[in-house]
Design a protein around this ligand. Structure first.
Ligand code: GN1
Ligand code: MG
Length: 368
């Protein structure tokens, strides 16, 4: 079936009213395939986001949708306690005729559909410090809304997702297997990451030792996962809730800094452009820590900057592992993109390690 036919068939399952008009393939995201779909109804165009879930990555997408629907309902109720409507501040998933938030098509494809939030934008990259700060607020507030959500009720969508110790073991396994025959060409980058293993796994080892508590975390806090009002640039809602699971506050903070705090792109090829941007780091910290400060334990506060190192190294070795495996996990748009991502992450990680004390002082400036 061609893509448009497939999309229209999926829309029918979600009972979208009105006249189908067109669709666009959205290019963001390394895992799922997303489309914006337009319908004409009541004299205007309405748009929806349809997503085909990557079941190579998400083995139990039904459990994932259970997490997403219960977390979005919970956040919606919280927001409604403080304002009239939560319409633009939390995602709204569509249901099928049999009341499910997903549909499985004849070819086994797993799809979901949510309403597009009117007049919203997201940014892959921004130099606007207000946007950066508001991204911090969005992820900080998300944790505040979910602070009393029963963490144990969440399904573990991807086991060991931020188990940095295991991520290093997986890298070692990929080096040994060398499926794509690329090991010898990347030895320098392997060595670079191995030298950071101790510092990058410190956070996970603290969790295992019971020093850090598990909360409901987002686990994919890149700035492009926040929607902003296109006129005011205030944050509206966090999106991409696939990996909402029990996790550490430092992982959410750190994963955001990995992307928003870099002076270069995630796969920056000019490595001289890659460093930690302290202005953006401070802006994000102000937003995130400002929203969360009073609900963090001392140990959580003390490990935020360390979380940035842990998440940058961890994501970097995941890219490197995938490169060694032959690019099976992350979508790539050119042949060596996973290697480019891994290189940029190593350079950024080293810069963070150098500035760790300075980074932590900025956390303390906004959260005494
Ligand atoms: C993946 O596809 P996307 O952009 O939502 C990945 C994240 C990584 C991110 C790196 C389920 O997220 O963990 O941090 O790429 N998601 C999964 O950009 O593995
Ligand atoms: Mg994601």
């Amino acid at each position: 079936m061609d893509t448009e036919k497939q999309i229209r068939a999926v829309c029918e399952r979600f009972q979208i009213r009105g006249e189908y008009r067109s669709f666009n393939l959205l290019s963001n995201g390394h895992i799922n395939t997303s489309y914006q779909v337009f319908f004409y109804r009541d004299g205007e165009l309405k748009d929806y986001i349809l997503q085909k879930v990557n079941t190579y990555v998400f083995h139990d997408p039904i459990a994932m949708m259970e997490n997403i629907s219960s977390v979005t309902e919970y956040v919606r109720a919280k927001i409604k306690q403080k304002q009239k409507t939560a319409k633009r501040n939390v995602l709204h998933y569509s249901k099928t005729a049999d009341g499910k938030y997903y549909t499985i098509m004849e070819d086994g494809g797993f799809w979901r559909c949510c309403r597009y939030i009117n007049d919203s934008v997201c940014f892959e990259y921004t130099n606007d410090l207000k946007v950066v700060e508001n991204a911090g607020k969005a992820f900080g507030e998300f944790q505040v809304y979910l602070a009393d959500y029963p963490v144990k009720d969440l399904h573990i969508v991807i086991p060991h997702f931020h188990n940095t110790v295991m991520r290093f073991d997986t890298l070692r396994q990929a080096i040994e297997n060398d499926f794509a025959g690329r090991k010898d060409s990347v030895q320098e980058w392997i060595d670079g990451y191995m030298a950071l293993e101790e510092i990058a796994t410190r956070l996970y080892r603290m969790q295992k030792a019971g020093i850090l508590q598990l909360r409901v975390t987002h686990n994919d806090t890149k700035p492009s996962n926040v929607l902003f009002d296109k006129n005011t640039l205030e944050h509206l809602s966090v999106i991409d809730l696939d990996t909402v699971m029990p996790g550490l506050v430092a992982c959410d903070f750190g994963d955001a800094i990995r992307v928003i705090g870099s002076t270069g792109a995630e796969d920056e090829q000019d490595l001289s452009k890659v460093a930690l941007d302290m202005d953006k780091y401070e802006a994000f910290t102000r937003g995130f820590v400002g929203a969360l400060c009073s609900s963090m334990t001392p140990a959580e506060k003390e490990t935020l900057a360390l979380g940035a190192v842990a998440m940058t190294v961890e994501c970097g070795i995941r890219f490197l592992t995938d490169y060694l495996d032959g690019d099976k996990y992350f979508r790539i748009h050119y042949p060596d993109q996973n290697l480019a991502r891994a290189k940029a992450h190593l350079i950024l990680s080293r810069d963070m390690v150098k500035r760790l004390d300075e980074m932590q002082k900025i956390v303390e400036k906004y959260c005494k």
